[in-house]
Design a protein around this ligand. Structure first.
Ligand SMILES: Cc1ncc(COP(=O)(O)O)c(C=O)c1O
Length: 479
């Protein structure tokens, strides 16, 4: 199996100290004049996008379909994606550090995967509703890479896979409660839109969700094992905990980074309380390495949630896998008898998604993609660290291989017990948007201005170009 993509683990206590300094310091952002100059750049260079965005606003709520999409001053209309680059309708080229939100560790629209998909379309079409060989091939390959995943149920998205994992955990254990780590995003289903993005925020983002839908969900602070034990103890007297659900690198791809030994300690707690451990590997699954975060940390979860890479950037990317006895509750087919955790979907496990996923994973392993993408992340993080020091900025950067964090406003790290929380929230959120639009105008697309996914396509030259773009932004920030 190819190597893991993390060359050295982030120093979590040092990062936390730097983040506390960031959120405790005044914001260091672009001036109104500098922003006006960037707006002028958009006016001059992206007129087709401007027009397309105006039309999108007529028919699409908010004018964009993704929650974290760049839409200030308007959404860029991207018409071509290739390797490390995105191209917009006006002919501008951008370095692509969004990578569609993470699934394309090989780089966008990788040729070998495309060829396998085209061949499938030629001979079978995208969907039949019957068993296709690619479904078994993908499930077997995942098992080969992740031995803890004995069986695998392919679904349509990470959101669906989390729903299924929770359902099967309850069906298997007969217990009711779910515990997540505060601040984590596990998709948008009713039970997990709780404690979203900012730890401790509970139902703040739960508009449209009746309270009973998430009454079985609780959150504990990132990295806080004592709080987790306390919650497990309370739950044990009240129906028990079916599952602890977490992202192994920490919430939001490690925006709140997990200490290296956290996962093993949670594993022990879960065993002590008869609770299933569910790893959400929607991002880390294959990005950190073909064995996922579970292979990297050497901790076997009972269930693993997949998304993104599992269909290699093609649609319908989700699945849940795990221990034989737990997965048995997902029995399928007309003859399945008895109580089962119902899942499904017309397009779930369609030949197109499974073929794309299977060939993506094979290619990633063959080409050592997680390690190459990780090395690109290391180079970028080291360069960003240098720029932050050079311009004496309070910004914080660190990486888990190809997952690079760049916190400039600290908005995601504001604490609800900070008496200035609401005063800080709006300007820092705005700043994140401003940095994001400045990076894009300088030729780099990020995930909402604070997260970067590198890919195998990011050569040293690409990373150095990106660093030059970041420097053009940082150099302007007034003292
Ligand atoms: C950690 C994590 N879990 C779950 C999801 C939801 O996956 P999907 O967008 O496929 O529904 C995401 C999406 O970004 C994610 O990052």
């Amino acid at each position: 199996m190819s190597a893991y993509g993390i060359s050295s683990y982030p120093d979590v206590p040092a990062i936390e100290a730097r983040i506390r300094n960031l959120t405790g310091s005044p914001i260091r952002t672009l001036t109104a004049e500098q922003l006006a100059a960037y707006h002028e750049w958009y006016e001059k260079h992206t007129p087709t996008s401007k027009q397309a965005a105006a039309e999108a606003n007529e028919y699409i709520p908010g004018g964009v379909q993704h929650n974290l999409a760049l839409n200030d001053p308007w959404a860029l209309s991207i018409t071509r994606a290739e390797g490390a680059y995105l191209h917009d309708a006006d002919g501008n080229r951008y370095i692509d550090f969004l990578q569609a939100g993470g699934p394309t560790v090989l780089g966008s629209n990788h040729e070998a995967v495309r060829a396998a998909v085209l061949e499938l379309l030629e001979h079978c079409g995208p969907v039949t509703g019957m068993l296709h060989p690619s479904e078994t091939a993908l499930a077997k390959l995942i098992h080969d890479f992740m031995p803890a995943v004995h069986k695998f149920r392919m679904l349509g998205s990470g959101t669906e896979a989390v729903m299924a994992a929770i359902r099967v955990a309850r069906a298997h254990t007969g217990k009711q409660h779910i515990i997540k780590v505060g601040g984590a995003y596990h998709g948008w289903s009713d039970q997990v839109v709780f404690g979203l993005r900012i730890p401790g925020s509970g139902p703040l983002e739960a508009a449209g969700i009746p309270a009973p839908a998430y009454s079985g969900t609780s959150e504990t602070a990132p990295g806080d094992l004592e709080a987790l034990r306390a919650r497990l103890t309370v739950n044990a007297e009240n129906g028990g905990t079916a599952a602890v659900l977490l992202e192994p690198v920490g919430p939001e791809s490690g925006t709140h980074p997990a200490p290296h030994d956290f996962n093993a300690a949670v594993r022990e707690l879960c065993d002590e309380f008869g609770t299933l451990l569910v790893f959400d590997e929607v991002v880390t699954g294959f990005r950190l390495g073909m064995g996922g975060a579970q292979g990297y940390y050497g901790v076997a979860p009972d269930l693993t949630v997949f998304g993104k890479c599992v269909a290699g950037g093609y649609p319908a990317a989700g699945g849940v896998g795990g221990r034989e006895e737990v997965m048995a509750a997902f029995a399928g087919g007309l003859t399945a008898a008895g109580q089962r955790a119902l899942t499904g979907g017309t397009l779930a496990a369609n030949p197109l998604s499974c073929t794309a996923g299977y060939h993506t994973l094979l290619e990633m392993d063959r080409l050592d993609a997680p390690a190459k993408a990780g090395a690109a992340g290391d180079r970028l993080r080291a360069g960003l660290e240098g720029l932050i020091a050079k311009y004496e900025l309070p910004y914080v950067t660190y990486n888990f291989g190809s997952i690079v964090h760049l916190h400039t406003s600290g908005v995601l790290h504001l604490r609800l017990d900070d008496p200035e929380f609401f005063d800080k929230l709006t300007p820092r959120l705005k700043m994140l948007g401003h940095m994001s639009l400045a990076y894009a105008a300088e030729g780099v697309i990020t995930l909402a201005g604070s997260r970067i996914y590198t890919s195998m396509a990011d050569t040293d030259e690409v990373i150095d170009d990106a660093l030059a773009a970041f420097e053009r932004v940082f150099a302007q920030i007034p003292a």
